[in-house]
Ligand binder design. Structure first.
Ligand code: FES
Ligand SMILES: [Fe+2]
Length: 300
């Protein structure tokens, strides 16, 4: 069972170029392609003629051409060309899905098309700010259900134990005593935890050489069904981190985890944004897409 009336990430925008890309999403075979004008589209990956997978076709001037007998479909799934005949039957059409390119993702809506409101798509503008957040990305598979990833990420009490030698740090007490503010938001939940006057964890020391006591924050925002925006970081005590986290110096990490859901144990993509600049300032922006409907364990 999937929540169908929701936006899911179908692919990184740059995964879809001039060659069709087949992908199973929410249990359905979908083909993604760009027409000659650069517009991305998503169709059912099954030709309405004899059922050939359209991912084996090619993009032509008029649209996506089936690789079996040459029917061509536009971005809306309508057949616009049949080799050898002038008449195109009205029912010569394949199902299309609303698709929006935003923040370097292709977001797909696989529920009722009339309800596909692009304003509901999660914002992640950092992807577009190449000056401050240059990045590269890749894809990897996680053998876990995306629900388990949400569960894991929205419960950071594991940091002191699972991540003791990296982002957890040495003091479990600091995590236990973290001041946490939780607020419901539109379609999810938002929390901010503060580890005040604490020791920098090993990763922060290694990344930017943090020394002395720090005020550290963990800001996580869940937006159903599977997006999580994360902003974690630290500034030295006395810098006024609680009033203003956006300062030069310290450590700052942004992570986006988005809903890309296949039908089985599955995969995801990852992007990394690095920024150096300012005195002792190091910003890291990561975007992970952890995925799948089914799975046994959550991975770290
Ligand atoms: S199966 Fe696609 S054109 Fe025949
Ligand atoms: Fe973890």
């Amino acid at each position: 069972m999937f929540i169908r009336n929701a936006w899911y990430i179908a692919a990184w925008a740059d995964e879809v170029k001039d060659v069709p890309l087949g992908r199973k999403l929410l249990g359905e075979n979908v083909v993604l392609f760009r027409d000659v004008h650069g517009r991305a589209a998503a169709l059912e990956d099954r030709c309405c003629h004899r059922g050939a997978p359209l991912r084996f076709g090619a993009v032509t001037e008029q649209g996506l051409q089936c690789g079996y007998h040459g029917l061509v479909f536009d971005c809306a799934g309508s057949c616009v060309h049949i080799p050898g005949q002038d008449r195109i039957p009205g029912k010569a059409k394949v199902k299309s899905f609303p698709l929006v390119e935003k923040d370097q993702f292709l977001w797909i809506w696989m529920g009722a098309a009339k309800d596909a409101d692009p304003s509901l798509i999660v914002d992640y503008p950092y992807h577009n700010d190449l000056e401050h957040w240059p990045h590269k990305h890749t894809m990897y598979h996680v053998k876990a259900g995306y629900q388990l990833m949400v569960d894991n990420l929205m419960d950071l009490t594991h940091l002191a134990y699972v991540h003791k030698s990296t982002i957890g740090g040495q003091s479990a007490t600091a995590h236990v005593e973290a001041k946490t503010q939780v607020t419901p938001n539109e379609g999810g939940l938002h929390f901010v935890r503060w580890l005040l006057n604490s020791d920098p964890p090993p990763t922060y020391v290694k990344a930017v050489g943090m020394q002395g006591k720090i005020d550290r924050w963990m800001d996580f925002e869940y937006i159903a069904p599977g997006s999580i925006r994360q902003w974690t970081g630290a500034l030295n005590v006395g810098c006024g981190a609680q009033e203003n986290r956006n300062q030069v110096g310290g450590f700052s990490l942004r992570v986006f985890r988005g809903p890309l859901v296949f039908s089985a144990i599955t995969g995801g993509t990852q992007t990394q944004h690095w920024r150096g600049g300012g005195v002792g300032r190091s910003l890291i922006l990561l975007a992970f897409l952890f995925t799948s409907q089914t799975g046994i364990v959550a991975s770290h």
